[in-house]
Design a protein around this ligand. Structure first.
Ligand SMILES: C[S@@+](CC[C@H](N)C(=O)[O-])C[C@H]1O[C@@H](n2cnc3c(N)ncnc32)[C@H](O)[C@@H]1O
Ligand SMILES: [Zn+2]
Length: 270
């Protein structure tokens, strides 16, 4: 289902590379992912989340605090070709072939380190394919996906409409109003709330081609019971960038933290 980022023709696998009919070729890395981000699509040297953020997110997610979110997404997921757009280190989507037998996962992120970690963990299972690519220029054939999933990553509705097959769905997870409020109260005097809207609510309100078919709010309290867990949470979100060193150090060294997590899972169809 990958398409060539240069000429948009289908890519097919040849030993350890993917090639199109015009001879553009993209080698697979040792871990089994392919880099389909061509130079002009890359505005920074290391785009997307930093390797450090990705590693913090991996250890936080592996502790299971977001398991209920993963389940809420899976309950809404069809079987088939499933795109994880902005997959990070792949924690959500590597479960999908087991949850939806026969499904194939296509996962992209603009951060190479995320894709590398994801591909290494999935170990060439054959059911998960990984590429470095942007959600604003997806390296996927038109109308090839049964579902696109965006978990806390940028959403680009035109590209999603292009790659979804007729009847396909977009599932998004975005922050609800009180997401991580317990953590934010330690960092900011007056923490701001998220608006809690789904990413395409405004588009669906004015464009008949997009329909919002489901919205589900998930709200619960998590307890982090070690400094390492608190450090991982702080390291995977951008909030710490906005506070002074002393505040960051104080919060990083909290031995325990309780916070609300608040997610909005939205489903859109075209
Ligand atoms: C908050 S993280 C979420 C990652 C993953 N979905 C998860 O929940 O664990 C946002 C991700 O979007 C990626 N990202 C940012 N801009 C992107 C773009 N233009 N194309 C693809 N991925 C992008 C970042 O590199 C990062 O991995
Ligand atoms: Zn080509």
């Amino acid at each position: 289902m990958w398409r060539c980022p240069v000429c948009h023709a289908a890519l097919t696998p040849h030993e350890r590379s993917w090639r199109c009919a015009s001879g553009h070729a993209f080698d697979e890395a040792r871990e089994g992912y392919v880099n389909l981000l061509i130079t002009h699509q890359r505005r920074q040297r290391l785009p997307g989340d930093s390797p450090e953020m990705l590693r913090h997110r991996r250890s936080f997610l592996e502790a299971g605090h977001y398991g209920a979110l993963a389940e809420a997404i899976e309950q809404r997921l069809p079987a088939g070709h499933l795109l994880d757009a902005g997959c990070g280190e792949g924690w959500y989507s590597r479960r999908w072939p087991e949850q939806r037998p026969g499904s194939i996962v296509w996962a992209v992120d603009i951060a190479k380190e995320g894709v590398r970690l994801a591909a290494r963990r999935a170990q060439r299972s054959g059911s998960c394919h990984y590429a470095v690519a942007s959600v604003y220029d997806l390296p996927l054939l038109d109308h090839s996906m049964d579902a696109v999933v965006n978990v806390f990553s940028p959403v680009h509705s035109e590209e999603i409409a292009r790659v979804l097959r007729p009847g396909g769905v977009l599932i998004t997870a975005t922050p609800g109003p009180e997401h991580l409020l317990g953590l934010k109260r330690h960092l900011f005097e007056q923490p701001e709330l998220h608006d809690g809207a789904g990413p395409l609510d405004a588009v669906a309100a004015v464009n008949d081609a997009v329909r919002k078919v489901d919205s589900h709010r998930l709200h619960y309290v998590i307890t982090l019971s070690s400094e390492d867990e608190v450090k991982s949470l702080l390291g995977m979100v951008p909030y710490a960038w906005y506070v002074d060193e002393a505040t960051r150090t104080r919060v990083e060294n909290l031995p325990r933290l309780e916070t609300v997590v608040d997610f909005v899972v939205s489903v859109y169809a075209w």
